[in-house]
Design a binder for this molecule. Structure first.
Ligand SMILES: [Zn+2]
Length: 252
């Protein structure tokens, strides 16, 4: 078991490393395959031994080997997050197709959070892939009512966010509508409810903290995607339990 966990950790950090590339290049309209990794400052190609997740960043002391430009801590952090996602998926779902689907979905969500943080946009291709993987995961369960339930949750959730946008005229965008639709397919009604509640609470908390710290002003936009993603992670790993606690609390 420990061997599989270490492999999961390694594989997950590699996925995280790839997500760093994707999150940097996709908003710039660059290919995610060619050219290979290079320093954004001096454009010198990065050799594979300087591109080992987390370890190379530590080894290079957070600086490019050729030009000495700083490499942001975000890169190893995303790689570590990828590793944690893979290990958590293995612990919860074991070595299964379902676990693999969850891992890919959560890694994609991480990419969505990063791109939304950087650009206030969520690429449709990412959201679409999340939806397709979610459908695949639901079909694995091979129960027709689950398929309808999850697709229905996606449609209802997307409709709700769309209504909120119409009423509030701001805050969220259509990227969020589509993301919530895809998340409904992945999580189902109960999970989506947990993800939305957690996302709103985390978003409000972060918004107030940024205001108090003077990092943002009242009118500054804050992307909702990263909080939706954080809420979805909570829902994925503990959503059913939380929904059960809530029902127990509400009915007591
Ligand atoms: Zn450089």
């Amino acid at each position: 078991m420990i061997v599989v966990m270490l492999w999961s950790l390694f594989l997950g950090t590699c996925f995280g490393s790839f997500i760093n590339v994707v999150a940097y290049r996709v908003p710039r309209g660059e290919s995610i395959i060619r050219p290979g990794s290079r320093c954004p400052f001096c454009t010198v190609p990065i050799s594979w031994w300087d591109n080992i997740p987390v370890i190379s960043w530590l080894n290079l002391r957070a600086r490019c080997r050729s030009c000495g430009a700083p490499i942001a801590a975000r890169y190893p952090l995303v790689e570590l997050l990828g590793g944690f996602i893979a290990v958590a998926c293995y612990l919860v779902w074991g070595l299964s197709l379902e676990g693999l689907a969850w891992m890919l979905i959560l890694v994609l969500l991480l990419a969505i959070a990063l791109v939304d943080l950087d650009t206030y946009m969520i690429p449709d291709a990412f959201t679409g892939l999340v939806g397709v993987l979610g459908l695949g995961k639901v079909f694995l369960a091979w129960e027709l009512h689950t398929v309808f339930g999850h697709v229905g949750a996606g449609l209802a959730g997307a409709g709700l966010i769309w209504l909120i946008i119409l009423v509030s005229k701001g805050g969220m965008g259509f990227g969020d509508v589509k993301l919530v639709g895809a998340l409904g397919i992945v999580l189902g009604a109960q999970g989506l409810a947990v993800a939305l509640c957690a996302g709103v609470i985390l978003g409000a908390f972060a918004g107030i903290s940024l205001l108090l710290a003077g990092r943002k002003r009242r009118r500054d936009p804050i992307p909702f995607g990263p909080f939706l993603v954080a809420g979805s992670v909570i829902a994925a790993f503990g959503g059913e339990q939380m929904a059960r606690w809530y029902v127990m609390w509400a009915s007591s």
